[in-house]
Design a protein around this ligand. Structure first.
Ligand SMILES: Nc1ncnc2c1ncn2[C@@H]1O[C@H](COP(=O)(O)OP(=O)(O)O)[C@@H](O)[C@H]1O
Ligand SMILES: [Mg+2]
Length: 338
């Protein structure tokens, strides 16, 4: 093996005129969580569908667990797990019954299926809820059950397509814990997400995708440093004080301060964070400038996206709450407008 669990080069996928993937590259190291980060419609699901052999590629090549997805789809399928938009758990059954059913579907046999269900319930912290109907599960519990179901055969590579979309912060945190536990078990995870914070929290490497192409590939910290390091931010009380604040900030900053006249905000990159903050706060006070707020800000992945693409990620979190379909409705609506 090459040390890569997934390797894709120049992937192309067209739907009519639409290029869902347009020369997409990806390399995922074994035993890591790799984030595929991009806004709605970027091509994340298409990439996952190709890599998991559900959809044929129109160009380029991809290997998963060392196998060619176009030439060896059955062998690939035997080594992967997939969860996200294909959640197939049965509402009427309990969590345990669902997992046992999946186990038998995968030909584990009754007693091994029971054993595996018990292990997975434990691993995904569902033991207490094991014998409750899935209809009564919270969103986070359901997603964890989906994860457990995709882990029945301990896949080498697991594809998680937006595993936390629509979950509340608590459910999201629960799923994050489960994903972390997966990797300690040796599984490689490719996780797609629109949540910048999620990629930052979980992934050791991130590929940013936009309009069917990889536009960046780096560690979370590396990505953040492409937009510059930490910044000092001062919000003054009076607009007339902005020029004075700019002067004061300029003395400690590494580059020209920028100011925002409507938000009364002055900000600039700094290296010696605490010294800069102390110095600016003291000088502004000495000069009698009234300060509403002052602080240090680390760049977010949102900033990275803006820098790379020139536009924001326009994720509206509460629109996706109701599960699978609204996302597609939103996508179609977006395209109708475009
Ligand atoms: N089955 C399909 N038929 C037509 N267009 C599609 C289909 N699947 C995806 N697309 C289009 O391809 C682009 C990428 O979609 P998708 O891979 O679902 O993006 P993401 O998962 O990042 O939101 C979008 O413009 C989408 O509308
Ligand atoms: Mg998608």
């Amino acid at each position: 093996m090459s040390g890569y669990a997934v390797r894709a080069e120049g992937l192309e996928k067209r739907y009519g005129e639409k290029r869902a993937l347009d020369g997409f590259d990806l390399a995922v190291r074994e035993g890591t969580v790799h984030g595929l980060l991009g806004p709605n419609g970027a091509g994340k699901t298409t990439a996952v569908r190709i890599l998991s052999t559900l959809v044929k590629l129109d160009g380029g090549s991809a290997r998963v667990a060392g196998l060619d997805v176009a030439r060896q789809p059955r062998e690939v399928r035997a080594r992967i797990g997939l969860t996200g938009q294909y959640a197939a758990v049965d509402e009427v059954l309990t969590g345990r019954q669902n997992l046992e059913m999946f186990g038998r579907l995968f030909h584990l046999g009754g007693s091994r299926a029971r054993l595996r269900a018990g292990e997975l319930l434990e691993q995904f912290d569902l033991t207490d809820a094991a014998d409750k109907g899935v209809g009564k599960y919270s969103g986070g519990m359901r997603r964890r059950l989906d994860l457990a179901a995709s882990m029945i055969l301990t896949p080498r590579v697991l594809f998680l397509d937006e595993p936390t979309t629509g979950l509340d912060p608590r459910g999201r945190g629960e799923v994050w814990d489960s994903v972390r536990a997966l990797v300690t078990g040796g599984t490689t995870v490719l996780l797609t997400t629109q949540y910048l914070e999620e990629a930052d929290k979980l992934a050791s490497h991130i590929t940013v995708i936009d309009q069917g192409r990889s536009i960046a590939d780096d560690t979370p910290d590396g990505l953040k440093s492409t937009v510059g390091g930490d910044r000092i931010e001062v919000v003054v009380a009076e607009r007339a004080d902005i020029p004075r604040a700019v002067k004061v900030v300029a003395r400690v900053s590494d580059g020209e301060p920028e100011s925002d006249e409507t938000e009364l905000r002055v900000h600039a990159p700094v290296t010696d964070r605490v010294a800069a903050l102390t110095e600016v706060a003291r000088t502004l006070q000495d000069e009698g400038v009234r300060v509403e707020d002052i602080g240090l800000r680390r760049p977010s992945l949102d900033d990275v996206f803006l820098r790379l693409t020139g536009h924001r990620t326009d994720v509206t979190e509460d629109e996706d709450i109701k599960g699978g379909t609204p996302k597609d409705v939103k996508r179609d609506a977006k395209e109708a407008v475009a």
